[in-house]
Ligand binder design. Structure first.
Ligand code: SAM
Length: 286
């Protein structure tokens, strides 16, 4: 079948099935073969790999993945796309399409079934309305991953890479940087999609660390502190943590830990590095 990465081929298949775009599913289909090649290069897919694709759409990137990987599992929520995928992926016997909501799916079970629990690569042009929950759930649920190479909103890619004191720095930056090394591999303008999104996009590769860059006694506490710090971003860290309903530290306890770390008692969370959040969490962990 002719590549769907060319606009007229995508338009032809959409017309054949009278497909109507669902805005609520963040449907912006990629129509640029150079960008598709760039994603494949960044993801370094080989015949050894089992790849999980989130949101295959009409199967444009799935075809590229199927050519390069040993196996592809593609998870698509929109049932109207399933007959289209049956046609566009008919030539490949190494692709399984699951008509599911990725946020409700037990991806650990999928990896167990399709790759005996060994590490997979996630590759996707993500639906932008749920980028953060998808990325967070992959990491927090400890899905066995080698890397995650995904198209996201440009601003979200910037947040993932941001460091202390930057306006883009937040809970997502710290969570991503705890689990993985982020690298933006391409900026992608709106005209590479049908329909065109209102925002710029970027391809980011997150390479999972084999050993985390910081050692923490309690990962849940680390992330609870980070969330508390950025839920009340303009407040001092001691106030945000002591006000957090799910945490039971007093302002004095937090202040004491900060002072022991040679930080100001009035410091804000946005000034702390990942290492400092880890040190704080270890001090507060009883
Ligand atoms: N991969 C295709 C491409 O690059 O042309 C489509 C990408 S489009 C940005 C996002 C895709 O994710 C759509 O096909 C959409 O239906 C699907 N999607 C949206 N929400 C989803 C969810 N919760 N679970 C699985 N797929 C979802």
């Amino acid at each position: 079948m002719a590549t769907l990465g060319i606009p007229q081929n995508t338009i032809a298949i959409l017309q054949k099935y009278s497909f109507v775009f669902q805005k609520k599913y963040g449907q912006n289909f990629l129509v640029d073969t150079h960008v598709l090649e760039k994603i494949m290069d960044a993801a370094e897919i080989t015949k050894e790999d089992c790849v999980v694709e989130i949101g295959p759409g009409i199967g444009t990137m799935t075809q590229y993945l199927a050519e390069r990987a040993r196996e592809v599992v593609a998870v698509e929520i929109d049932k109207k796309l399933i007959p289209i995928l049956e046609e566009t992926l008919a030539a490949y016997d190494n692709v399984t399409v699951l008509n599911e909501d990725v946020l409700k799916l037990d991806l650990n079970r999928i990896v167990e079934e399709s790759n005996q629990g060994k590490e997979v690569k996630v590759v996707a042009n993500l639906p932008y309305y749920i980028t953060t929950p998808i990325i967070m759930s992959l990491f927090e649920k400890h899905v066995p991953l080698k890397s995650v190479t995904v198209m996201v909103q440009k601003e979200v890619a910037e947040r993932m890479q941001a460091g202390p004191e930057s306006d883009n720095y937040g809970a997502l930056s710290l969570a991503v940087q705890y689990y993985a090394k982020p690298e933006v591999v391409a900026n992608v303008p709106p005209n590479c999609f049908i329909p065109r999104p209102k925002v710029g996009s970027a391809v980011i590769r997150l390479t999972r660390y084999e050993t985390y860059p910081v050692a923490v006694k309690d990962e849940n506490l680390l992330f609870a502190l980070i969330r508390a710090a950025f839920n009340q971003r303009r407040k001092t860290l001691a106030n945000s943590i002591s006000n957090a309903p799910n945490l039971s530290f007093s302002r004095e306890e937090v202040t004491q830990a900060l002072v022991q770390m040679e930080l100001s008692s009035t410091v804000r969370g946005e000034a702390l590095t990942l290492e400092q959040f880890a040190a704080l969490s270890n001090r507060l962990c009883i």
